[in-house]
Design a protein around this ligand. Sequence first.
Ligand code: GRF
Length: 217
Amino acid sequence: MSAIPAPPGARKRLAAFCSHGGSNFAAIADAAQRGEVPLEVVVMVHNNAQAGAKAKAIARGIPTEWVPGHACTDEEAHARRLLEILEGYRIDLIALAGFMQRIPTEIVRRYAGRMTNIHPALLPLFGGAGFYGHRVHEAVFAAGMKVSGPTVHLVDEEYDRGPILMQRAVPIHDCATPEEIAARVLVEEHRLYPETLGLLAQGRFRIEGRRATLLSL
Ligand code: GRF
């Protein structure tokens, strides 16, 4: 990763969406603040008043917006509220970082190619409905996998199915519990997510159907 800060105009404005601890959000925000990636994290949107991500945002001087899905009367109202925030902050890229709520279809369509998610396993294995949070690592452990690792993908209308931008294999053959797998994969998530977003911000991926190709410089 380059440590030469990009000029302000070249930085993409990013919104992070979080539900829980926000360690990925913090890794992205810190990489951006150190000037390692051409990004500016301008808002953290969360749906959980107790989200640990909130304290991390406050500590970094990043504004937060609380959008509890249940407080919106329907999907249309939910989409309207999110759009108001995204347009208000002039968002270029959305990074879902441990966000445990369905994103309204209208938002997914509007930000197609500009919304990413991180999944803590090597998709398309251990993904889709029912594979979230700790369940992913439990399934990886039960299957006796020798490698796991994070996947960063574009978000489309189906869970965990958008084009894969980057993946990184993490050896787990010596992990004795799903918790150990989770901890090891998380360390790599914190490297991979900022790096991938930096590449996306620079327009370095060519998307053809379900395939994303990293273009060389
Ligand atoms: C990460 O493991 C991520 O892959 C998954 O949810 C977890 C979020 O962790 N989608 P954090 O909130 O970033 O600490």
